[in-house]
Design a protein around this ligand. Structure first.
Ligand code: PRX
Length: 651
């Protein structure tokens, strides 16, 4: 089925002739990306667009810039300064609006606050904040002064946070005291305290007072739990701490955000960064137990995200762009925060979940705030689909001009529901395939092309992709193979933090000379790509990326568990659900109670997003002769599929 939405944007000038534009872009990618980069501001132009020394690509070498220079500074002397940069709606429905000028002032104040605490270029800052304006302000402030942010999704547990703080050796942690989450209140400061219990390297925790009522209770609790730990209100008196002095450490490390920024200047110069300098680290799950710190740079990243948003969502000056993700994930980094601001449009953030205070909230917000471009995940569409068409149909969604989808394959049924009910069969859906590592959209439609529900269309301009077998040979049309990218792209990650070996092994050594995505795909007779899902041990639960090994180590950290193997199973709403096969230690009696205990254990170690759906106690697990668990065999058995090659199976 080929769908050609009748939308007005078919006249779109950026992408009218996809085939020709694509051909030109890949014939000379350096000229192509160089021309786009010239649309942005640079303190100093680059000497070389691309330095490709396999497997490392460095873009705009010799150029100097800063993402914030393009996201904020460039607008301050233009009409955009008074335009709304951010609309934030809280869970209770009140909103806050920031013009570019106001947002810049908030960013400068926090940047100066960080500086007053001794934060310098290159220092790592962990941001563990919920969906509130401070989350975005903190990110911008870090980049402004050349510090490196590592945003940790607020739904991660204390243990997951601890690992990420330690791996990055963060100097400062930014968090909130507590925050509302539906009917619940999440006391996130507690997680931070627990995560930092044995940490010797952090210097400060900056606490946003998100919930007033909890403040008193919260600070009392802090006093009670950690004895002499106090919320310090004199950041200017900061002095480098002596880690050996426990009392000193505990009395001056916790600072309220509002007290820190209150006395700061609203002007702060933007640090001049090399295009290839690290902008941020973002941890993501892989095939081992330890999440990988994906590193992105200032120069290439800003060019890639700027241009992909502009063309794929046909950005116009009056756009109000809503990506329903959280800035704790790459979608939030690239397309809630940086790309909308670099494009000078309004970005929209809703604090709450899609079902709070009721399941119409998204449609109400689109109507009220006249959202023009809406970007969400298949799992949310499938969840909202369950309530039928009525809740959507009640609302006037005529402001919408383009829809988007990301995070996992979108099944044709959900695609069509989204198209008919949200898109009124008129506006196109951009099914954008990309990853934390790619930083930007890679395989995606542009608004002027014919769409097939469930297909992510073809590679974006400047991107050369293919589907191959394990030797790197192209597979026949409509046959499943490994999705690979053949040439570097500007928002390509720089490395894996502190682990270049893992960078090479995971992405560049499985098939030589190409980037190995870890996804399987097919290409059809029209050249359309159909993404089938992961081909490694990564599980996608509601679009969230979780590693089997990471989940298994959470299970085996329970003293009653001897071994565990975790697989992803197809799930109607979540895309995939988690099933664990668990071998108990000798003498431990299996029970429903124990299953509950293990579920809780995994939630505590990783977070509620990792809640297992099924646990089965088993006596044995299929293993290779070298002792590696064959999850593939378990999965095939579970789904009643052929188990494939089992020649390496021990038993
Ligand atoms: O399996 C693919 C899936 O999400 C993975 C990347 O996850 P993450 O790094 O968390 O980034 C998600 C947001 C960009 C991919 O390897 N994925 C992402 N987008 C799509 C998708 N699968 C199918 N269709 C998509 N549009």
């Amino acid at each position: 089925m080929l769908i050609n939405p009748k939308s007005v944007i078919l006249e779109n000038s950026y992408t009218k002739d996809y085939e020709k534009l694509y051909k030109d872009s890949i014939e000379n990618p350096e000229t192509f990306w160089g021309n786009i980069a010239r649309e942005l501001l640079w303190f100093k132009p680059w000497n070389k667009v691309l330095d490709w020394q396999y497997p490392y690509a460095r873009w705009f070498v010799g150029g100097q810039t800063n993402i914030v220079y393009n996201a904020l500074d460039r607008w301050l002397k233009t009409d955009v300064a008074d335009k709304t940069a951010l609309i934030w709606v809280s869970q209770d429905g009140t909103d806050e609006k920031y013009t570019y000028k106001q947002l810049n002032e908030e960013v400068c104040k926090f940047a100066n606050g960080l500086k007053s605490l001794g934060v310098r270029k290159g220092d790592k800052i962990t941001i563990y904040l919920p969906r509130i304006p401070e989350q975005l302000i903190a990110m911008l402030a870090c980049l402004k002064i050349g510090a490196v942010h590592s945003v940790v999704y607020s739904g991660f547990s204390a243990e997951a946070l601890k690992n990420r703080i330690e791996d990055a050796q963060a100097k400062v942690v930014v968090c909130s005291n507590a925050y509302p989450y539906g009917k619940k209140t999440v006391e996130s400061l507690k997680n931070v305290q627990q995560a930092l219990k044995d940490n010797k390297t952090f210097e400060n925790v900056i606490v946003v007072e998100r919930i007033k009522q909890t403040l008193d209770v919260g600070s009392l609790k802090i006093d009670k739990e950690v004895g002499d730990l106090k919320l310090e209100n004199q950041p200017s008196s900061f002095q480098p701490q002596n880690p050996a002095s426990n009392f000193q450490r505990q009395t001056s490390k916790y600072i309220w955000w509002h007290e820190l920024v209150n006395k700061q200047d609203t002007i702060c110069s933007t640090e001049i960064m090399e295009a290839t300098d690290t902008a941020f680290i973002l941890y993501t799950s892989g095939t081992t137990g330890k999440p990988k710190g994906i590193i992105h740079a200032h120069g290439g990243y800003q060019v890639g995200i700027y241009y992909t948003l502009k063309t794929v969502f046909d950005i116009q000056p009056d756009d109000i762009f809503w990506s329903t993700a959280d800035a704790g994930w790459i979608t939030g980094h690239s397309y809630i925060l940086y790309a909308p601001l670099i494009n000078g449009i309004t970005t929209f953030v809703y604090e709450g979940t899609p079902d709070y205070p009721d399941i119409e909230i998204w449609w109400k917000l689109i109507e009220k705030y006249k959202i023009t471009k809406f970007y969400t995940a298949p799992t949310a569409i499938r969840a909202l689909m369950k309530f039928g068409e009525e809740p959507v149909k009640k609302h006037n969604l005529y402001s919408l001009k383009i829809l988007g989808s990301v995070g996992e394959p979108i099944n044709p049924e959900a695609w069509l529901w989204y198209f008919r009910n949200v898109g009124r069969e008129q506006i196109p859906i951009m099914d954008t395939w990309w990853q934390t590592e790619t930083g930007m959209f890679m395989i995606t439609p542009v608004p002027s092309v014919g769409l097939k529900p469930g297909s992510a269309f073809k590679p974006f301009f400047g991107i050369e992709a293919d589907v191959v077998d394990d030797k790197g040979n192209k597979v026949p049309l409509n046959k499943q193979g490994y999705l690979i990218i053949k040439k570097p792209w500007p928002a390509m990650f720089l490395d894996v933090y502190n682990n270049p070996e893992r960078y090479k092994e995971t992405y560049f050594e499985k098939i030589s000379n190409v980037y190995f995505t870890g996804d399987s795909a097919k290409i059809d007779e029209d050249g359309y790509y159909w993404i089938m899902g992961r081909n490694d041990d990564v599980i996608k639960v509601s679009g969230h990326r979780l590693g089997s090994a990471e989940l298994e180590s959470a299970f085996v950290s329970n003293p009653k568990v001897a071994e565990a193997a975790v697989i992803g199973k197809p799930h109607e709403v979540k895309g995939e659900s988690i099933k664990a096969f668990v071998i108990l230690k000798h003498g431990v009696v299996p029970s429903e109670e124990l299953k509950k205990e293990l579920v809780l254990q995994v939630r505590m170690q990783i977070g509620p997003i990792a809640t297992p759906d099924e646990i089965e106690f088993v006596e044995k697990l299929p293993k290779t002769r070298s002792g590696k668990i064959m999850r593939r065999v378990l999965k095939a058995q579970e789904l009643g599929q052929p188990v494939g090659d089992v020649s390496t199976l021990e038993d």
